[in-house]
Design a protein around this ligand. Structure first.
Ligand code: FE2
Ligand code: FE2
Length: 287
């Protein structure tokens, strides 16, 4: 029997989670308005110099592979779309806010897992449209942020949870330790930070993709990518055992078994490039 005392997460503490920076809400409001122009979006983004510098660094990184240099936010919006810029803003802001991990889970390894899932999910949707692939990448990066909620609100409890690696599925163990699992905890953060529905669904349902409704293709890609990432031992998601594999999610991807080798090979390259992107995101300077 475990001697470690469980420290349940007080769900009312959710309101103590950090609020998103003003620009996150401003951009969300603007993008929710279907008539918003790329000039208007660019004007909001450019008010934040650090974020502007990051966007330009990212779009000019090898990850996106554009053949010419992108010099303005408006051009970046034209090349990537408003939604992609919004998602980049969410990812970079979360990076800043949750920079510190816990003594147990190292943030570098956590983000390595997250970027690995993003890169593989993108590759699993290689035959789909560019927007869906880019969205899959962001959904992968943010799928496990519920673990960051645990660390922020109950660092000691997370330490115990992480140390006591026993054979039970992680969702069950989280519910036992914290009263909610990391999908639900991430869902609270997603709501607070105005995440778009596709990313919220990936956070809430990546271990139960059959519940993801209209986002089931994206969430299935994240689900399968998560399993592959664990199998390849890429980074550290903060859990020890992978939850169950939903075979229906694999069917949804319409990938023939004969293609798996090439998907994994391309995923390897994608992971290397996404790690360069991760370094760009985590550079702690505006320029
Ligand atoms: Fe997860
Ligand atoms: Fe994960």
């Amino acid at each position: 029997m475990s001697v470690i005392s469980k420290k349940k997460l007080d769900v009312t503490k959710i309101s103590e989670l950090p609020s998103p920076p003003g620009i996150v809400q401003n951009l969300y409001n603007l993008i929710s308005d279907e008539d918003a122009s790329s000039q208007e979006v660019a004007r909001v983004v450019e008010k934040d110099q650090a974020f502007t510098a990051r966007v330009l660094r990212l779009v000019n990184s090898p990850f996106y592979g554009f053949s010419r240099r992108i010099v303005s936010v408006e051009e970046a919006i034209t090349m990537l779309g408003m939604n992609a810029i919004h998602q980049l803003l969410l990812a970079t802001s979360l990076f800043n806010e949750f920079r510190n991990g816990s003594d147990s889970l190292k943030m570098g390894e956590f983000w390595q897992h997250s970027f690995g899932v993003g890169a593989i999910a993108k590759q699993l949707l290689a035959k789909k449209g560019r927007d869906l692939r880019n969205e899959a990448f962001m959904c992968g990066i943010l799928h496990d942020i519920g673990r960051l909620v645990f660390i922020r609100l109950n660092a000691d409890g997370f330490q115990d949870f992480y140390r006591e690696r026993k054979a039970a599925t992680d969702l069950e163990r989280e519910e036992e330790y914290f009263g909610i699992n990391h999908q639900e905890a991430g869902g609270f953060l997603a709501q607070r930070w105005y995440f778009p529905p596709s990313i919220s669904s990936s956070i809430r349902y990546h271990h139960n993709p059959s519940l993801a409704g209209k986002h089931s293709l994206l969430v299935s890609a994240v689900h399968v990518a998560d399993i592959i990432c664990h199998a390849m031992d890429i980074g550290d998601s903060g859990c020890y055992y992978v939850s169950y594999f939903d075979p229906e999610s694999w069917k949804k991807l319409e990938i023939d078994y004969s293609e798996i080798g090439s998907v994994l090979e391309k995923s390897g390259r994608e992971i290397e490039e996404s790690e360069q992107m991760m370094q760009q995101l985590t550079v702690n300077k505006a320029g």
